[in-house]
Design a protein around this ligand. Sequence first.
Ligand code: WTA
Length: 650
Amino acid sequence: MSQEALPFEERYWPGLGAYQDYYRRSVEDIEEFWAERARELVWTRTWDRVLNSENPPFYRWFEGGRTNINLNALERHGSHGRGRVAYYWIGEDGTRRVISYDDLARYVNRVAYLLRETLGMGKGDTITLYLPMIPELPVFMLAAARIGAIHSVVFSGFSSGALADRIVDANSRILVTADGFPRRGRTINLVERAREAVARAKELGVEVEKIVVVRRLGLGIELGKREAWLDDLLREVPDKVYVKPMEMESTDVFFILYTSGTTGKPKGIMHGVGGYMTYVYNVFKWNWDPRPGDVYWCAADIGWITGHTYIVYGPLMHGMTSIMYEGAPDYPDPGRIWSIVGEYGVTTFYTSPTLLRLLRKYGDQWVEGHDLSSLRLLGTVGEPINPDVWKWYYEKIGGSSAPIVDTWWQTETGAAMISPAPGISLVPLKPGSATLPLPGIVADVLRDDGSRAEPGEKGYLVIRRPWPGMLMGIWGDPERYVETYWRRFSDPDNNVWIYYPADYAVIDRDGYFWVLGRADEVLKVAGHRIGTIELEDAILTHPAVSEAAVVGAPDPVKGEVPLAVVTLKEGYEPSEELEKEIRERVRSLVGPIAEPKKIVFATKLPKTRSGKIMRRIIISLIQGRPIGDTSTLEDPSAVEELKRVLGASS
Ligand code: WTA
């Protein structure tokens, strides 16, 4: 790994000292620092306490403060918002919509009215949004927040099984979906999957009362008695209705977003009203240095945290004009992204290493011919970026003049935590490093025993102080919150609380952070977080399967892809047919994004004497590395067999 600084443009070099000064001041008194930052926003009541740490790790930010995200994302722009474009929406099929801040405010008010008056929702109710990348998704998010309801957005690429689990866990009585959407020219019938999920949720004890369906494609679908078209429902809503934003406590739950962890059950990550708002507002400003005339594009899906923070709440609080693109990035051709950048004069572009690897693979002829000169800032998120991809991005896309803002963060952290901050002062960049912790963030790398790693030594990334964007907990499971994030390195007896993100990292001699990948049983497939245990559970539902171990195998585009080693029950033989059926299980229970690249059949799995599957051995074999210590291995012949079957299948 290269840890050299890029000989970066002269004008950006002086940034380090100024950044370090700002950072130093920020951490001298983090409460005062964040209070100042929060004062930049609209509150209807000022907090009594910036941070209540009486019951760690259940921190309460801006306790006593009251606000609503709508006040900062819509109301705040008042009359200057008029006419200013919030979203240029581009459908995969070429359909376009232009939505001004005024249009957005009107639409949000009408939907808020509908949710409250027609559907009877109110503060604390949960609403599940299973929508493609259409403007109605941010509209429903803001409308839910406006009346104090809690949204749970489920990525539209998830299957009905995954959707059902999330509806049930959130106990959601209202589901919003669309008839369908185009994907690579095909039609995805979303409402069908939504219905399956609702049926499944009912079996699991949660009854969805209403499915609201957005007409995206105008498919000739007959709706059932609990289903209604959004446009029909809106006909009953006055055109210019105003719904006063519900005054929310800062520490109320703002939204839930499910993410994968190390058990089969996804975690409902809860973000709070005031803390998330304050953190996102500030980090957005530090990351993207918003300026009048910017055209900003975060090419993620709103179904993930990146979309919540960087397509919806961050840009709207800053009154940004954003691109929202519905479709596949390489459809109808691999130049689609760059043609949109050129056409709209995008200044700020934020995406994942996976997308960059994909587009680079197609060849530079798809980049050339598009005018990318408007780009002034580039960003990446979701996985470590390979230095060679970084250089391609920097040179080919940014014309060697747009800095790359590599942002390390998680669903749980609300917004970026470690990244360059051109909005403060740009530090020299190093390809592959997310650079330095943002203001107010105290990060470190620890050894297994909790002592600090030396510069250059690989260890576990940790965060030592609370920050406003932090998750408030896991929906319905406070114990899991403490267990997952706070047990590993904390010392409760001495009131030391250390947040554990489960990533490996190194700090180099200049204090730069290099995040190396997950330290737990979570994969990053094309930047999406997928729990190996979730996949194993799906595979185990197949009647022929006895045991399954899922690990990540390296992939040149997606970073890693799931590989499953499966043993069969007595009386079953490996076959292509069986492999197909197992794949189908994963697709239908979790979603196509989680489909294993390979399924390898074996007669036994490597296990410890106590019966724990040793995934580490499988990973070493795939990567062609020495398998290390095998003293706890129960049956060494399992390794010999694995070598054979993995070798044969690669
Ligand atoms: C990984 C995405 C290296 C990391 C916002 C983290 C990264 C997980 C980076 C969270 C980065 C995210 N460099 N690794 N810049 N950004 N990660 O919750 O493993 O989908 O823990 O949030 O992505 O994934 P999540």
